[in-house]
Design a protein around this ligand. Structure first.
Ligand code: HPA
Ligand code: ZN
Length: 330
């Protein structure tokens, strides 16, 4: 099965690039940039990755990002992720980045986007991995800050395909950003949003109706609302599910309790993603391997998940068909 999983061509659609920063690189960058981090060793960092909910993770995740200062730092982090993609046979990836995490520390927007974009370009040329960038607004910050960030992104429209919404979900409904997303849509960005990870199903309705999203990130709480399931099924709205993340953040007690299979059998368009692999115990391949084992996924189910990742990607129909055909032939 391991071999079969490795060979499956995959697209990853829910990956925060800052969440791919490995402890080893965090240490290297802390030294390189003279930034103190409150850990003495890689082991100490790993021990701190014991979360009880989304917020307990976010507190550590934003702290980790403090070591990212120069364009080359963003390049190195992104390049390291692309090498992991190669190992897992991820042939297409759509990565999130959180500009406000960096601009609020005085790092220029251009430094962040240019470092990430340069690595992705090299990824296309040297590793044959296609990619897109999605810019996320931090939902715990206010609407004005999001508008300011959107303004900064306009000069980089050629690099950014869409906008998303992440960070602390509960208490920060999609409706808070309705006007920002309206402007983003007018500017030609596609939209996605985290909803129904910890937050209620109402947030998923708002993401669909107010933010006009093309995908729901997470959405695992959808099954609590029959009408919503009907809507998601009818529209074949993709849900970018992140199983290891959900267990690490205690959305489910253990992987064998995850509702991935129920989402699939309800006719929903779901696929597997890694979210923040450095923090949650594994990249996409590891998510597939552990889900296969704990949820007893068949080869056909694994293939369906990989096919769904391409169906849901921001990719030409021609390229989607090419990959889907390859998977069908396995
Ligand atoms: N949810 C919300 N915000 C995030 C996440 C997540 O899973 N990962 C990084 N920022
Ligand atoms: Zn996420």
């Amino acid at each position: 099965m391991r071999d079969f999983i490795q060979k499956l061509p995959k697209a990853e659609l829910h990956l925060h690039i800052e969440g791919s920063l490995e402890p080893e690189l965090m240490f290297e960058l802390s030294k390189r940039n003279g930034i103190e981090i409150p850990f003495k060793s890689v082991e100490e960092i790993k021990k701190a990755y014991d979360f009880h909910n989304l917020q307990s993770f976010l507190d550590i995740y934003y702290q980790g990002a403090n070591v990212l200062i120069k364009e080359q730092d963003f390049y190195d982090m992104t390049w390291a992720y692309l090498l992991k993609c190669k190992e897992d046979n991820i042939v297409h990836t759509e990565i999130f980045f959180d500009p406000q995490t960096h601009t609020d520390r005085g790092i220029e927007f251009d430094v962040v986007i240019n470092g990430i974009d340069r690595a992705l370009k090299d990824g296309r040329e040297k590793l044959d991995i296609s990619s897109e960038i999605i810019m996320c607004f931090l939902r715990h910050l206010d609407e004005d800050a999001a508008f300011k960030t959107l303004d900064q992104a306009l000069a980089h429209k050629d690099k950014i395909i869409g906008v998303g919404l992440d960070s602390s979900e509960v208490g920060h409904p999609p409706s808070k950003f309705e006007r920002v997303f309206k402007k983003a849509l007018e500017e030609g960005f596609l939209t996605v949003a985290h909803a129904g990870e910890e937050g209620p199903t109402e947030y998923i309705w708002e993401a669909l109706d107010l933010l006009k999203v093309k995908r729901i990130d997470h959405g695992v709480r959808s099954l609590e609302d029959e009408k919503l399931v009907e809507r998601l099924k009818e529209e074949q709205m993709p849900l970018t599910v992140c199983p290891l993340s959900n267990v690490k953040l205690c959305v489910f007690d253990k992987l064998s309790d995850h509702n991935l299979k129920n989402l699939m059998s309800s006719g929903l368009l779901v696929m597997i993603n890694s979210d923040d692999p450095s923090y949650f115990g594994g990249y996409l391949g590891e998510n597939f391997i552990q889900c296969q084992k704990e949820l007893d996924l068949s080869r056909d189910e694994l293939k369906a998940l990989a096919i769904n990742s391409f169906k849901s990607a921001f990719m030409s129909e021609e390229n989607k068909s090419k990959w889907i055909k390859q998977i069908e032939q396995l």
